[in-house]
Design a protein around this ligand. Structure first.
Ligand SMILES: [Zn+2]
Length: 492
């Protein structure tokens, strides 16, 4: 039986005799924090519970903060008000442990984001990947391009799957809002990586500035989910001037080393027909449109690098075979095994496997155990290249997630499972033990405003699974969408 209900499971826990009786009020007067430069590693901490209280030591404030999360979990799950005396030595397996929230399809209030950030901090996540631009909405204040807010932040209706809300939906985060999120995360030693998806998933940008597409035709924001053929034109110089203008303001607000530039699901139909794109290919000696996307990503990376930043992109960008190798690839769906080739040749990878780490799908499809058991090694990677896997990232896309309640239900406890894989060494992972520790933490999560999925739904029984899957797809996805998806996949 787990007496130490901590998620992610710490590296080393030694239970000693005796216990500390928890006080009626705050434990704070009984906690001693000390900076100890002999403790190696920014996030490493050593924690001791004695009869007198709790001591936590680390070489940095970040390490102390990670240790404090462990104390919070211990105190909130202690049975009978007694904390066993113990010594914990702990440090993370991976340096990158992210969670992604999509604010483009549906937005969250700052308070809702803070609630999610607090819950993520409790499980020692250290990166918030913030998806701010997509076909259905542009959510970031950019002073240089006001139409991104005036036009790009509002869609006429919402038609995700079989749900139709026939009224405008919109909003965006001001620079002050986003700075507040950055500050809030910094206090929790979490970096914020903003994502401006490009060249695909850019309908909101193109609705605002139609001249940036190949055809230059006016088009409305998308109100349905899917993959759409209108993408940024890679032939026009004004496209790059626009991107640089946007990125200038992104970098002004977000201090993170990494900036996500998307690069997923970009159909090449229009690039094939576009004189400007074709001329660019000739001029740059590019063999096909995949290489044109490679050129696109490299050009944006050059700009970011010149400003001391690094681009992160989804794995589709690897198809060009010519990405500059200081970019970071985020693997979500990689049938060709390009992420392994990338890592084997020295490129860095973040693992966000669709089948295990996309929490917008029902537990019937991606059960908690499935998420938990996944080992984030890129298939085909050579042992020497394993160090190129920077870490893991869990995702929540929000086509069907309109409220914090729904987000909490979908993400927890699956986010916590990804957190344990990211923080705890593989040999320490134990599924039944994790489930027990996780159950003990449910009341704390609820207290923090995050109500996880009920325990009975974490790992649905096979019979129930089929029923839940049918219900999910009937409710969310209709025939038109499936056909549009298949068509777009062919085009990609
Ligand atoms: Zn073009």
């Amino acid at each position: 039986m787990a007496v130490v209900n901590v998620v992610p499971v710490p590296l080393r826990t030694v239970i000693k005799t005796g216990s500390f009786t928890l006080p009626e009020g705050s434990i704070m007067p009984y906690v001693t924090k000390k900076i100890d430069k002999n403790i190696l590693g920014e996030e490493t901490y050593i924690l001791e519970v004695t009869g007198q209280g709790v001591t936590v030591g680390a070489s940095t404030d970040c390490g102390l903060f990670r240790g404090w999360q462990t104390i919070k979990q211990l105190v909130n799950t202690a049975e009978g008000g007694e904390l066993p005396c113990m010594k914990i030595e702990d440090r993370p397996r991976f340096a990158f442990r992210g969670f992604m929230i999509d604010s483009a399809r549906h937005m969250q209030t700052l308070d809702e984001l803070k609630t999610m950030i607090d819950a993520a901090a409790l499980f020692k996540f250290n990166v918030f990947h913030w998806h701010l631009s997509d076909d259905q909405g542009f959510r970031m204040e950019i002073e240089k391009y006001p139409r991104l807010m005036e036009v790009g932040s509002v869609r006429a209706s919402s038609d995700f799957g079989n749900r139709h809300v026939n009224e405008p939906y919109g909003g965006y985060y001001t620079k002050e809002d986003m700075r507040e999120v950055v500050r809030y995360c910094a206090q929790r030693y979490i970096d914020v990586i903003p994502e401006m998806d490009m060249p695909g998933h850019t309908t909101a940008m193109l609705a605002s500035y139609p001249a940036l597409s190949c055809s230059g035709e006016e088009l409305p924001l998308r109100t349905t989910g899917g993959i759409f053929p209108e993408i940024l034109c890679a032939g026009k110089d004004e496209t790059f001037a626009f991107i640089e203008g946007v990125l200038d303001e992104v970098m002004e607000v977000f201090p993170s080393r990494y900036i996500h530039i998307g690069g997923d699901e970009a159909p090449k139909t229009n690039w094939r027909k576009c004189p400007a794109c074709q001329a660019r290919m000739v001029e740059e000696g590019l063999r096909d449109e995949e290489e044109l996307q490679g050129y696109f990503a490299n050009r944006v990376q050059d700009y970011l690098r010149a400003h001391g930043r690094t681009a992160v992109c989804w794995n589709e960008s690897l198809k060009s075979g010519m990405l500059e190798n200081d970019m970071i690839a985020q693997m979500w769906m990689d049938k060709e095994g390009l992420s392994a080739d990338w890592a084997n040749s020295g490129g860095k990878v973040i693992v966000s496997d669709f089948f295990h780490y996309y929490t917008d799908y029902p537990y019937a499809m991606t059960s908690l155990s499935k998420t938990y058991s996944y080992e984030p090694v890129v298939k085909g990677i050579e042992p020497a290249a394993e160090e190129n896997v920077l870490g893991v990232s869990a995702c929540i896309w929000t086509e069907y997630v309109e409220t914090l309640e729904k987000m909490a239900y979908m993400t927890f406890p699956r986010f916590a499972a990804v957190a344990e894989t990211g923080w705890s060494y593989a040999a320490l992972k134990d599924r039944p033990d994790f489930l027990q520790r996780m159950r003990a933490l449910v009341p704390l999560l609820k207290k923090m405003g995050v109500t996880p999925a009920p325990v009975a739904e974490w790992n649905p029984h096979p019979a129930k699974k089929a029923k839940n899957m049918v219900a999910f797809f009937t409710e969310n996805i209709n025939g038109d969408m499936v056909r549009a998806f298949i068509r777009s996949k062919k085009e990609v």
